[in-house]
Design a protein around this ligand. Structure first.
Ligand code: AMP
Length: 507
């Protein structure tokens, strides 16, 4: 069953209902959104000759066309590969090549970089800039009927970096996303037809996935004119649209409540802020509740069980007289409706409540594996359970508290940064002998990247030089914000760097 069915159903329910707004102005009704997706689908299958299951990459910052491209791919039975618009052209090129993408839709800002890096990718037929004349031509084809899809067909190739430093493609199926959508209403938020979602966080990630429950209710999809998160603009949108909801990384909440006009924002138009993707600190959450009232829901998920492991509901955020209130606010809540959850030791044996171990997940939200990566699939999906790599404990009532991330991932501004990838980049610098990258707590971003470098010679190394080198190879947001220079790195008997010792030494 194809996810495009949600758009078909919404359009049948009322062609004239507003579907997409760009800032304050409505730019598409449900009738026109469905027609554009159907025409685009026909062009992709007809003019480009793509076959069901072929991958279509999306390197676009948030814009109104995002939804017609995403749902157009589903409509055609194709597999979108949404990529974070902040990545480096070389990183895009890797994902395009690894996924054997046949087409890549881009926004104008990313066009030149991607064209330059993808010239020798054999499978890639074309890079298409949304809004260009060639894009508009694609919308002139006769519409096609939505393609048939099996629940286990691939719906979204979600690139999530691994500790190996190379991004892995989590193979999200239609079933996984139907499951996420079904769990949304009982466990995350109720959405009514007149409500609206604002895409302030990247649509290539959780925010875009959450278009599905809003599509299910034929609600309004609002794309900020900036295409990103700007607290002033966001507060302005609260004065324009009704029944607003949004998905935020915890750091975005922090920036929003610090805004000088946060206290006078028209919050009566604002229903729900769903947050997740990284740790939310208790003091910040309490402050947010004070400023915006009981409008928060937390979710915990990962690309391997998209947006769908646990949730901490609005009601639980309000139960301030409960004896375990603070412990609950510090948790990520309870398993969502279609998710089985347990905490286990290294042998996968369930641990008693209160004991800390790896979080394991089972259910129809869990991906069948990683794209062309059997060993990562076997490692992560062992014994019928998803091994999340997150460490936590459960209490008697099933509340899960995350303690640490076994994968050493650094989460800065809600975005994952994998130390190994940064380390591998720096190790290519001729003057770097050894390096280890760790996260350091940061009041605004959650964590910031610190590189501990052993220089190759006694000559002092220039931080600016290393910074320039990183900018040439990886996305700007991944590069270290600080460098420490040491003579040796602390290591165990097997030669593995002891990051815990390093943190103690440096932070
Ligand atoms: P991704 O696959 O990029 O969505 O990253 C998923 C990872 O982000 C999870 O495995 C967790 O480590 C972290 N994460 C997601 N949601 C939360 C949350 N609510 N609290 C703390 N960490 C989270």
């Amino acid at each position: 069953m194809n996810l495009a069915h949600l758009l078909v159903r919404a359009a049948r329910g009322g062609e004239d209902r507003p579907a997409v707004a760009h800032g304050s102005g409505i730019v598409a009704t449900y009738g026109s959104l469905a027609r554009r997706a159907a025409c685009l689908a026909a062009s992709l299958r007809g003019s480009f000759g793509l076959n069901p299951g072929d991958r279509v990459a999306i390197a676009m910052k948030n814009c109104p066309e995002y939804l017609e491209v995403l749902y157009g791919c589903w409509w055609a039975g194709l597999v979108p590969v949404p990529m974070n618009a902040k990545l480096h052209p070389k990183e895009f090129a890797f994902m395009l090549g690894h996924s054997d993408a046949r087409l890549c839709f881009v926004t104008a800002d990313l066009s030149a970089g991607i064209q330059g890096e993808s010239a020798d990718l054999g499978d890639l037929l074309e890079v298409i800039e949304v809004g260009s004349s060639s894009y508009r031509r694609l919308l002139r084809d006769d519409p096609m009927a939505p393609a048939e899809c099996a629940l286990d067909d691939l719906a979204w190739l979600f690139f999530t970096s691994g500790t190996t430093g190379r991004p892995k493609g989590a193979m999200i199926t239609h079933r996984n996303l139907w499951t996420m959508t079904s769990c949304y209403f009982p466990n995350v938020d109720a959405v009514a037809p007149g409500d609206a979602i604002v895409y302030a966080a990247p649509m290539s990630h959780g925010a875009g996935l959450y278009s599905l429950p809003y599509m299910a209710q034929a609600a309004l999809h609002v794309v900020p004119e900036s295409g990103a998160f700007d607290p002033t603009e966001f507060i302005g949108l609260m004065g324009i649209h009704q029944g607003l909801g949004a998905f935020f990384a915890p750091t975005m909440i922090k920036r929003l409540i610090k805004h000088p006009s946060a206290g006078s924002a028209p919050i009566e138009n604002f229903n729900t802020l769903v947050y997740g993707g990284g740790p939310m600190y208790l003091a910040d959450l309490k402050q947010a509740l004070k400023v915006f009232g009981n409008r928060f829901v937390q979710i915990y998920g990962q690309g391997e069980s998209p947006m769908c492991i646990t949730s901490l509901t609005r009601a639980l955020h309000a139960e301030s007289d409960h004896p375990a209130y603070e412990a609950r606010l510090s948790s990520v809540g309870r398993a969502q409706m279609l998710v089985e959850l347990r905490v286990a030791d290294e042998e996968d044996r369930s641990l008693p409540n209160g004991e800390v171990g790896e979080v394991l997940v089972r259910g129809p939200s869990v991906i069948p594996g990683y794209w062309k990566d059997e060993s990562a699939t076997a490692r992560t999906l062992r014994n019928g359970w998803l091994h999340t790599g997150d460490i936590g404990s459960l209490d008697e009532q099933g509340f899960l508290t995350l303690k640490d991330r076994s994968k050493d991932v650094i989460i800065s501004g809600g975005t994952n940064i994998y130390p190994r990838e940064v380390e591998e980049t720096l190790l290519r610098h001729p003057d770097v002998a050894e390096v280890s990258v760790i996260g350091r707590p940061h009041p605004e971003w959650g964590e910031e990247v610190v590189a501990v470098v052993v220089p190759r010679s006694r000559e002092p190394l220039s931080e600016e030089g290393l910074d320039r080198f990183c900018l040439e190879h990886i996305a700007r947001f991944k590069r270290p914000k600080h460098y420490c220079f040491v003579e040796t790195l602390p290591k165990n008997n097997y030669g593995k760097v002891l990051k815990t010792d390093l943190r103690a030494l440096i932070l």
